[in-house]
Structures are given as C-alpha cells and as structure tokens.
Design a binder for this molecule. Structure first.
Ligand SMILES: *Cc1c(COP(=O)(O)O)cnc(C)c1O
Length: 356
C-alpha cells in the first residue's frame, strides 16, 4: 500500500501526458483512458513480469481464443480522491477475489494477489492526476483477462493476458430507468456462469435488451430461467425492492452476480435499522404489493451509479409507474451513506476503504 514503485513491475512511462486534451467537465462514461495501462502475460504455466506501459492498442493473432470462444472476464471498480488528495479504493479485495472466481469458471488461471494490488496501486499513483476531486468524480478501473493463444481449436487457451485500464468518470446518472421483467429470454441458468463477470453474459443480453428498449424500457430484470416466476437481477445491477418498510433482495446463486454494492447496501441498511430480507421474490408478490400500495421503491445497485432508482416496470405487456422518490427514500439515504464512505467523508466502521 502507498508505494510509489513496486520492485518487480517494469515501468515504461509515457513521454508527455494526454491529460491536457481531456475535457473533464464533459466525459462520456468509459470513453477516455489514462496515460498508462497494466499488462501481464501468462505463458508456460506462469504469469510473467508485470508491466506498466503507455496506454496503446494491443496486437493479437486473429485466431486468438478470446475472439472465438469468449474466454474473457472483467471487473469494474472505482478510485476516489478526497480533499487532501488521498486516493481511496472501495473494498478492492472483493473485486480481486471475484475476478479469480470468474476466471476459475471460464477455465482461466488465477491471477496473483500481489501482482494485482501492486499493479493497481502503482498504476493509480502514476496516473493520479486523472482522478478529479469532488463528489461524483472518480476513476473507473477496468481489470480484465483474455485468452490470447492462437489457433481455433475449441479448447482452453494456454496463454492469457491480464490488463488494467482506467477511465476518468463524472457522477454517473443512470438516467430514467424503467425495467421490463423478463418473461421469455434468460440471462443465466442453474449450473451456468451467471455469477461470473464474463464478457459472454453481456453479449447474450444485448439483443433482448434492444427489444425491451423498443417497448420503452431501458433495462431488463431477469427472472429465473426455468419458470420466470422469481426476480433475480438486472444485467448490470442487483435489484432491491422496498415493500412497506422492509428491503428485499434475492439470494446470491450461481445465476447471479455477487455485487460488491449489493453487499454494502445490505450492511448499510441494517446499520440504519432497516429490516432487510434476503430471500426469493416472486414477480406476483411485487405485483400484489404494488396493487395494495406497499411497493414503495425499486432500485438497482452497482459500482457505476452506486444506486439507481427505478421509476417503473413492465410485465407481460402491462406497465406500472412507481411513486417519485425523495431524499427520505431508502435509495437516497443508503446511496449517500455509501458515497460518504467512498470519499472519506464518513467513519468507515467496516474497514471498506483502502488507501492507495
Ligand atoms: C458488475 C455487475 C453487478 C454489480 O456488481 P458491483 O460489484 O456492485 O459493481 C451486478 N450484476 C451484474 C450482472 C454485473 O455484471
């Protein structure tokens, strides 16, 4: 922690920074990248010397396995800068553990913990000017791993590349989100890899999401693949329902991404004295709660927006609008508490902040 340079990482610095070309007041999410990137190759059964080099395109053989069989996993995390210019990560161990869990499911090799943390902190220290102060500003961090071995035989690769790239981000407003509750398509099945943060899970949901968009929904809440009776998660967010004064979310399973924000929301809500239930939720229960006025809020949780309130939902052709949320809503109170911890503005009693 806090080291300027790690002994075993080879560093090639960029001659002149691109930072003066960037308009930080007008950033499209994930479209501008910092001066450097982290790269580490896996060859002959081991991870070779990790490197930090100027951000640049990579070159791969067209037959590289990732292009054909989709062995690709990733993570999404953020770095925040406080008023003293200190840089913080939020529960980064969770992301580290999760990318290795994802890799295991895709028959990819585990990445070493010291390489991950030394690589990440060295990269962030090199590119720290790219992290802007102020609530809402952050640096979005994208670690990922891909299969690089050439040859189109359908077998796991023997070569991989692990990389970390970073993109400055402004306060992420997810926009007005109305969701369609899935009644036909599925994102994940039991025994599948829905719990992995794998590229293929995203590829498979773009088409049904496009169809839902034509009906006026921005996202889909996926339901269980066998009956479509139980609510699971949205494609990039876990989902919470406030029924009366109870917050309900479904349990994690092999079909559901174990979100870091989800875990944090549960803990923060319990700290606030809110009754939280983690249990299967039937679509019918939500429709009934809506009808009798008990359904107060629906929101999604994820690193990008922390919490994204959901304004309405549709199911089998019918549409429902939720009451407008105010500052007293669970979603606003929980979001504010998590943001205050992330930006070093509040006590961190669970030890979630990690100083870079
Ligand atoms: C990344 C992701 C989430 C949110 O996870 P966080 O760790 O909270 O960012 C939820 N669902 C899916 C499918 C995801 O890929």
């Amino acid at each position: 922690m806090g080291k300027e340079t790690a002994t075993y990482i080879e560093i090639e610095k960029r001659q002149t920074s691109k930072i003066n070309d960037v308009d930080f007041s007008n950033l499209a999410f994930g479209s501008v990248f910092t001066d450097h990137m982290f790269v580490c190759d896996y060859v002959d059964g081991e991870w070779k010397t990790p490197k930090i080099i100027p951000y640049q395109p990579i070159s791969l053989d067209p037959s590289a396995r990732v292009f054909h069989y989709g062995q690709a996993v990733f993570e999404g995390m953020k770095a925040y800068k406080d008023e003293n210019d200190d840089i913080w990560l939020f529960r980064p161990e969770e992301n580290f553990n999760r990318i290795n869990k994802s890799s295991e499911r895709l028959a990819m090799p585990e990445f070493p913990k010291d390489y991950f943390f030394e690589g990440l902190t060295t990269l962030l220290n090199l590119d720290k000017e790219w992290i802007q102060k102020g609530i809402g500003n952050s640096l979005y961090i994208r670690p990922f791993a891909i299969a690089t071995e050439y040859g189109v035989s359908a077998s796991p690769s023997n070569k991989y590349r692990f990389m970390i790239i970073c993109s400055p981000a402004q306060s992420y407003y997810g926009g007005e989100v109305r969701v369609k509750i899935a009644d036909h398509y599925s994102r994940a099945a039991s025994g599948g890899f829905g719990y992995a943060k794998a590229a293929g899970n995203y590829a498979g949901q773009f088409y049904p999401t496009n169809l839902a968009q034509k009906e006026g929904f921005q996202q889909i809440i996926w339901t269980d693949a066998s009956t479509h009776e139980y609510l699971e998660e949205a494609g990039t967010m876990n989902i919470f329902f406030r029924i009366g004064d109870t917050l309900v979310t479904c349990p994690i399973s092999d079909r559901i991404l174990d979100g870091v924000t989800r875990k944090s929301v549960i803990t923060v809500a319990e700290d606030m004295g809110i009754n939280v239930e983690v249990r299967p939720i039937k679509v019918q229960e939500i429709l009934d709660a809506y009808k009798n006025g008990e359904l107060k809020e629906i929101f999604g949780s994820g690193t990008a927006a922390v919490i994204n309130p959901i304004l309405g939902f549709g199911y089998k052709g019918d549409k429902w609008e939720l009451p407008k949320v105010d500052d007293d809503s669970y979603s606003s109170k929980i979001k504010q508490t998590i943001i205050d911890i992330q930006y070093n503005l509040a006590e961190d009693k669970h030890g979630w902040r990690y100083k870079v």
